[in-house]
Structures are given as C-alpha cells and as structure tokens.
Write a protein that binds this ligand. Structure first.
Ligand code: ZN
Ligand code: ZN
Length: 462
C-alpha cells in the first residue's frame, strides 16, 4: 500500500510540475476533464501516438505511443490490388484501438520461361511468355529477322549464315539461328583458270574409277542425290553399263572397256574453252567431248502433219538432251550463271531453197556450235574446213564407255573423237555437219550413233 501511495504522490507532483501552476499549486489540483483523444500515425504507420488534453488546463496531457501491428487482409494479384491494415492497441483504456488500411499495388506478372519459335524459313521469330498466376496473361511478339553471312563457304570449308531477330519488348532477348553453308563443290560455280583461257563450271562424270577400295565403297551406295549422281566422301560419282563403240576402246589407264560391264566414274568440273568474252558474258565451248549422243534418233518424224527433217536442230534429240538431261545433271548444283540464248541455225554451207518447215532460230541454255563457229577465226579456229589439230577434241572415259568412237593411235590424236555441229547439211535432210576426228568439217548422217557431244554455253559472271 505504501508503495502505491508513493506512486500516486509522484504522479501528482509530476502533474503539478507540468502544470506550472505558480505559487498555489495545491489549490489547482482538480478532477481532470479530458477532451476526445487525438491519434497521430507516423509516416510509415509503424507508430501511433494517442493524446488527450485536459479541458481545465491544456498542459495536463495523457500521451501514449505504441508500435503498430501490420496484417495483410488480401494479397494483390496481377489483376487487382490487395490490402493490409496497421493496428495500434493502447494500454490506456481511454484510447481506442486504431486501424489504418493501406492498398497493396497489383503484383507484377510472374512470367515463366520465354519460348522462342522460328518460322520454317527463319524469316520471323516469335517470343512468348505466360504468367504463372494466370495462364491467360500472355506476352507475345513476332519479329522479322535479318540474315547475314558470317563466313562464306569455300571449297575447303563450310560457311556460316545467321538469322537474327530483335524484339521491342525488353524482356525478350535477341535470337540467332545459325545455318551451315554447304562447302562449295568444285564445279558448282565458274572459275577462270590462271592463264585466263579456260573456265571450269558444271560437273559431269569423266574419269573411270579403278581404286578397288573406293569401288567397293561405291558399290555399297544405293541412292543418288538430286543431281542423279552418287555422293561419297564429298565427291560425286556416276555409274554406267558400258556399250563401247568398238571392243578396242580403252580407258585412259589402258584397261579395256568391256561391253556390259558396269563402271564407276568420278564427276569432275567441266573445263570450257573461252571462245569470246563480252563484258561479263562468256561464250564457252567444252574442252572435251563430254558424252555420246546422236543428233536424231528416228526417221520420218511428223509434227502437225508436217515432216520434220532429220537434221532440224529445233526438233533434234541432241537439242532436247542438252537442254534437259545434260543441263539438269551438269548444272544441278548451280545453274544460275547459264544464260538463255537465241541461236541461229542456217543451213550450211549456204542457205538452200527449201527452207519451209525449217526453224532457224532457237532458244537454248546449252547448245552446239554451228558449222560457221568452227570456221570463225575470232574463236581461234582456222577459216578452212580442212583437217586441223586445233579442232581436234578428246573423248573422256565416260564418253567412250557410252559408245563414242575414238582414235586409238599412240599420237596426238589418241582418244580424239568426231563430234556434231548444230548445222544441217544443205543437200540432204538426213545429214548434218560434224567435226571429224582429224579436225576437218564434213557432212555426216544425223542418225549416226557414235558421235561425241561438245556442248557450248553462254554464262554471265555477275
Ligand atoms: Zn487537469
Ligand atoms: Zn499475371
């Protein structure tokens, strides 16, 4: 009891000191009459201060400061705000419990992994991410890509091309898609020789393969590539069942070409002699007799009731073969340099009277030079039809195995063959001009089966 009394006294004295009531403090002790309490929150609502003031003497105050307790009422989502409440509870029963509600701003979407999807041609890339809180919250953006060659392919190594997609949304990262650029195969684009006289372009079976290990590997191959050739260790090969013109025909290595045997040949770049050059356009003539093919295979063909001469170039089998089969295999890897050219085909040596049904102008990707081309001195041919080594041309292993005639003497004419021009012979509908094995220009039967083919093309290097 004594202790409580002391406490009371101390409070009373304290009140007196606070009041500063002057000379007669004892008379001023009164029953306090308090106004309504006021409550003041700190800025961060962590503290609330309650105050009440005595109406008799405003220096008489009751003040209590407490820490608040924070409680979440509802959590925010990506769609809607949440709320929380600060609660201040006082010891002094005169002070009521205080609450202050606050808004909790919407929560950011909780996106999952970003998926990036390229279109099949890599022209666009689509980025997409989905909110874990609500799968209908989707962010997506489709960006157009740009393409750049990082390192070009060469004949020795593959190249690298890169598609790049950049997004406006900063959440999405730049995407790259790399593609391998196929090694340039020797022959799939024109290459001028160091001396500037020849050019290699296109690919055609030429030399016979006689390496036993390679042959056994080749014999395992069953499927051809789109160009009709077999691919083995990055090299193309073709096979052929031999039908030599003569049992004496041999490969370059001296082995006999046996009728009915199947042989393998390596596909090699075709070497072309540059006959003329006009800016970036080149008129090219094969440096070898690339294959064996007749000018026309059958007599007495009719078109719309009209007889087609056997030596008509437009409807010739050789023209069809050059522009279809040969073109599609030799230039399968890249035919973009080949020009479609219009060539005139006058009868040789002079235009004759009977020109009806005869077509003088044709459009070709691959064609045969005319009789006149082989007499053209600007192409470095002599202007005489007499034999000359300059017009002599050698057959390949492939060409001989496929039935072309070739010269067998052990001299400069060895393996040379006869070959076709596109020019019809004036005086007979079944005759055309050929360059003979000795380089002379003569008429020959258009149905002759053992003539070599020496194709010409016009290409544009740009
Ligand atoms: Zn008072
Ligand atoms: Zn969301």
């Amino acid at each position: 009891m004594k202790k409580h009394f002391k406490l009371f006294l101390s409070l009373t004295i304290s009140c007196v000191i606070l009041s500063g009531c002057g000379e007669t403090p004892v008379e001023n002790i009164h029953e306090h009459v308090y106004d309504n309490p006021t409550y003041v929150w700190s800025d961060d609502f962590s503290i609330c201060t309650a105050t009440r003031v005595c109406v008799e003497n405003n220096t008489h105050k009751e003040i209590e400061t407490v820490n608040s307790v924070y409680t979440v009422i509802s959590s925010p989502t990506c769609d809607s705000n949440g709320s929380g409440v600060y609660t201040a509870t006082f010891v002094n029963p005169a002070f009521k419990k205080q609450t202050y509600e606050v808004t909790i701003e919407t929560a950011p979407h909780e996106y999952g992994e970003i998926s990036y999807t390229w279109s099949s041609d890599y022209s666009t890339c689509t980025a997409k991410r989905i909110c874990n809180n609500n799968s209908s919250h989707i962010e997506t953006e489709t960006a157009d890509s740009s393409y750049k060659v990082i390192s070009p392919a060469t004949m020795d190594s593959e190249g690298l091309g890169r598609y790049t997609a950049q997004f406006k949304n900063a959440a999405f990262e730049q995407q790259n898609h790399d593609i391998v650029l196929e090694k340039l195969y020797y022959g799939n684009y024109p290459q001028i020789s160091l001396d500037g006289n020849t050019l290699t372009y296109g690919l055609y079976p030429q030399n016979n393969v006689n390496d036993e290990t390679l042959l056994s590997s080749l014999n395992e191959l069953s499927a051809t590539e789109s160009n009709g050739y077999y691919l083995y260790n990055d090299v193309y090969y073709a096979k052929l069942t031999a039908k030599p013109n003569d049992p004496q025909e041999k490969f370059d290595n001296g082995n006999s070409i046996v009728e009915g045997e199947t042989y393998w040949f390596k596909c090699e770049p075709i070497t072309w002699n540059i006959l003329s050059k006009n800016n970036d356009e080149y008129y090219l003539l094969s440096s070898v007799l690339i294959d064996n093919h007749c000018y026309t295979s059958e007599y007495d063909r009719l078109l719309d009731g009209y007889y087609i001469p056997n030596n008509d170039f437009e409807y010739s089998d050789i023209r069809s073969w050059l522009n279809n089969e040969f073109f599609n295999s030799a230039f399968a890897l890249n035919n973009s340099y080949i020009q479609l050219v219009t060539v005139d085909t006058p009868r040789a040596p002079e235009p004759a009277d009977f020109t009806e049904q005869f077509h003088q102008s044709t459009q070709n990707k691959v064609y045969l030079p005319s009789y006149y081309d082989y007499l053209n001195t600007s192409y470095n041919f002599p202007d005489s039809t007499e034999p000359t080594i300059i017009r002599c041309c050698k057959t390949t292993d492939w060409t001989r195995a496929n039935g072309a005639f070739s010269w067998s003497t052990e001299d400069e004419y060895k393996n040379c063959g006869s070959y076709l021009t596109r020019s019809p012979y004036t005086n007979h509908n079944s005759f055309v001009y050929e360059v003979d094995v000795n380089g002379g220009l003569y008429e020959t039967r258009s149905l002759k089966a053992n003539l070599g083919v020496r194709p010409a093309i016009t290409i544009k290097l740009s």
